[in-house]
Design a protein around this ligand. Structure first.
Ligand SMILES: [Fe+2]
Length: 266
């Protein structure tokens, strides 16, 4: 597997605090079947600023340490970029880090409860400049969870969506898990990732459980697409492949069952 969202770089955001903690995360990743991983520290979220140069250097340092201690994990630079008006300019200037430093796709973070004013304009600016926005854990944004048609519209315009593995596996509750399943069945999801911050709890090894949920719902091929093939495409700067829709979100399984009880449906 390739984990495309992980806060493993030590001491630069709310992920690993020390190099030792980062190496513990790397061991957890490696033993759970992750062979490659993208380091995605926060940038522009009002608390952490991690310009591309710093991430480039920190990723290279971590890779060196991994080789020295013999952990078989390859790491790449990336960043989790908050959706703010200065983001398009920073991406154009090279001040903000894209996936694998290629300038082709960027992991975009929304606030938890709202969609900022002008979000569509910022996303359009990125798409226009040839940078594909990958929306980080849209299932955890309250507005998108309530109005998923907004996400569907962004995806129709060219954005991609990455779910957190723990949302899929049920660690964040059944309701969240059901929502993830609906979105996966609707063909809206392109990637799942750990969004790990620690070696235990919010750990890289949660990706395996998220993958297992996807495999149970959509089959092995879909699980491989979301955890191996599409992440590989991100790292190569290639377009991501979408899942074929299996259900209309408006007629998700729960509602279909309920409608079956209505007399005029019999
Ligand atoms: Fe994150």
């Amino acid at each position: 597997m390739i984990d495309c969202h992980c806060h493993i770089l030590p001491g630069i955001d709310d992920g690993a605090h020390t190099l030792e903690a980062a190496l513990d995360m790397a061991r957890a990743a490696s033993t759970s079947g992750i062979e490659e991983l993208v380091c995605t520290p926060h940038h522009l979220n009002g608390v952490y600023d991690n310009p591309a140069d710093a991430i480039r250097q920190a990723s290279a340092n971590l890779q060196k340490c991994l080789l020295e201690v013999g952990i078989p994990l390859r790491v790449y630079p990336g960043s989790e970029l908050h959706l703010v008006p200065e983001l398009p300019r920073q991406l154009l200037d090279g001040a903000a880090m894209t996936y694998n430093d290629l300038g082709k796709a960027a992991l975009i973070e929304l606030p938890k409860a709202t969609i900022p004013m002008g979000a569509e304009t910022i996303l359009e600016q990125l798409l226009y400049r040839g940078v594909t926005p990958v929306i980080a854990h849209p299932e955890r944004n309250l507005r998108l969870a309530r109005r998923p048609e907004q996400l569907a519209e962004w995806i129709a315009r060219g954005c991609k969506a990455q779910l957190t593995a723990q949302s899929c596996s049920g660690d964040f509750g059944e309701r969240m898990q059901r929502l993830c399943r609906r979105w996966l069945e609707s063909g809206w999801v392109h990637l799942i990732a750990s969004d790990a911050h620690r070696a235990a709890g919010r750990s890289p090894d949660t990706l395996a459980a998220g993958r297992a949920s996807v495999a149970e719902w959509l089959g092995e091929e879909a699980a491989t697409l979301l955890t191996c093939e599409n992440p590989r495409r991100l790292l190569n700067g290639e377009d991501l492949v979408s899942l074929a829709p299996r259900a209309d979100p408006r007629t998700a399984p729960a509602r279909r069952r309920w409608l079956g009880f209505l007399p005029w449906r019999r």
